[in-house]
Design a protein around this ligand. Structure first.
Ligand SMILES: C[S@@+](CC[C@H](N)C(=O)[O-])C[C@H]1O[C@@H](n2cnc3c(N)ncnc32)[C@H](O)[C@@H]1O
Length: 459
């Protein structure tokens, strides 16, 4: 029986997850399998024979599940007893599917355990989940020894149900979890354990579908083990690199407002042979970034400097890609008024980019609207690329101005007096793509530009 999986994804990332699944999981599988990737709001479904450890490398996914059932939406009578009958038939359904799925789930846990022994990545998620699995495996294997078949009666489970739409008007998710749990217990003779179950059964009931699955890992794929300090959501940070029009191998990549380094570290996971430069004005952010870089073992590849994005201490045209999560909202203290500073900020980023290089920006709706006005066909005045360098060092905890490695080669020493002459319009950035994503409480846009040769670049 073909194994079917699904991943949950943040709003706006489903399309990228489909691309990622096709790219990472289907490289060696028959073309017909590509048709079996299906996207709905918040979820991507696929069949795959790929090793489960490959699936745990999906960077745009939130969580990974083994799919038990994807069925049409159900409507429930208000009477609980009658509803239980409908749930028994429509959600639980055929007991054999559950037994087969349990065997598959167990086999996948073994694969994960083997992967761990071979020193696979994502240590934290796997370690924790495998600890849980180890105890579940213990009970599962002793069950197998007791009888040749898996003893269904010793399985413990918990139902986590989410309901929305019409059904949510009559039933809370908790009430529905309870009714579904009772139905599973009755049909499969599994035991309820709300604290430490062997199996977690996830049910999602909406006006559009009814989805039942078992998570394969305890921790979300989206929580990266190397992020000791969390910044931008890792899936979105990853998307900023993924959306670049061409691969960034052997490139110099700059995040001039790097915060704790989420964007740089996601890019660094993808491109092992690129060099990364992170800048921020806030030393405490840089300190956290340094800890994240150390945890990821990327000290050799990622350099951090205390510097302002308004005066990037680099020579013009030396960077292949600028990736930047520009601060908006109240979360980040910002010494500058971002809407006012945006034209100059953009000009600085454009200046350090080489022709053919890419600029990837994460912006709020308001800043996105302003961006449109700045990047247009207006003919700019000649711009002096002069900037000043001060307080630059590779170790954020150090106080000297010594520059090493990449930053030393790329740095320039010019006057900052001409910053106010920055033109309002930029003609050398060609729009490539804009992608809307959700940051939870608000939406944001990833804008991708390619720097082209224009009058301003030739001077
Ligand atoms: C939206 S946060 C970046 C978050 C980052 N992507 C992360 O994952 O942590 C913006 C960062 O810009 C920094 N910042 C604000 N003004 C700056 C400036 N003029 N130059 C450089 N960094 C600045 C803030 O200190 C903050 O860390």
């Amino acid at each position: 029986m073909m194994k079917r999986f699904y991943c949950t994804a943040g709003a706006g990332l489903e399309e990228l997850l489909v691309e990622e699944v096709k790219h990472k999981l289907f490289a060696t599988e028959p073309v017909c399998m590509l048709d079996q990737v299906e996207q709905i709001s918040g979820r991507v479904f696929f069949c795959s024979n790929a090793h489960v450890n490959t699936m745990t490398q999906l960077k745009s996914a939130e969580r990974l599940f083994l799919l038990l059932r994807k069925a049409a939406p159900i409507s429930l009578p208000k009477n609980s007893a009658k509803a239980a009958v409908v749930i028994q038939q429509s959600i639980v359904g055929d007991a054999n599917i559950w037994k087969q799925s349990l065997l598959m789930w167990k086999a996948l846990q073994t694969e994960l355990q083997d992967g761990q022994q071979h020193g696979q990545k994502r240590k934290r998620e796997e370690d924790d989940s495998l600890n849980a699995v180890a105890s579940s495996m213990h009970s599962l294997s002793s069950n197998t020894q007791l009888g040749k078949e898996l003893n269904q009666h010793s399985i413990t489970f918990r139902v986590s149900c989410r309901c929305s739409g019409v059904i949510a008007r009559s039933y809370t998710s908790q009430r529905l979890s309870c009714i579904i749990g009772m139905a599973i217990k009755e049909k499969l003779r599994w035991k309820v354990d709300l604290k430490e179950p062997i199996i977690e059964v996830n049910v999602n009931v909406s006006d559009h579908h009814c989805i039942i699955g078992m998570p394969l890992l305890k921790h979300p794929l989206a929580s990266r083990c190397y992020m000791k300090h969390n910044g931008l959501r890792s899936t979105i940070a990853w998307a900023m690199t993924f959306l670049c029009p061409k691969p960034l191998n052997d490139s110099v990549i700059l995040d001039p407002m790097c915060g704790v380094g989420a964007v740089l570290l996601e890019a660094a996971q993808e491109y092992s042979n690129a060099l990364f430069l992170g800048m921020d004005t806030d030393m405490s952010q840089l300190q956290k970034a340094a800890e994240n870089v150390n945890a990821a073992g990327m000290e050799e590849k990622v350099q951090l400097l205390q510097s302002s994005a308004m005066e990037i201490p680099l020579t013009s045209g030396v960077v292949d890609a600028v990736l930047c999560d520009v601060p908006f909202g109240r979360k980040f203290s910002c010494s500058i008024d971002m809407p006012t500073a945006l034209p100059h900020l953009l000009k600085e980023m454009e200046r350090v980019l080489c022709v053919g290089g890419h600029l990837v920006l994460l912006l709020s709706l308001q800043l996105s609207a302003q961006l449109k006005k700045i990047i247009c066909k207006h003919k700019p005045k000649k711009h002096a690329n002069s900037i000043d360098t001060h307080c630059v060092h590779t170790d954020p905890s150090s106080t000297n101005n010594e520059c090493k490695d990449i930053s030393k080669t790329l740095m320039c020493h010019k006057s900052s007096s001409e910053i106010s002459n920055t033109p309002m319009f930029i003609t050398s950035l060609q729009a490539y793509r804009t992608h809307k994503v959700s940051l939870g409480s608000t939406d944001a846009f990833i804008h991708i530009f390619t720097k082209i040769q224009s009058e301003i670049n030739t001077h």
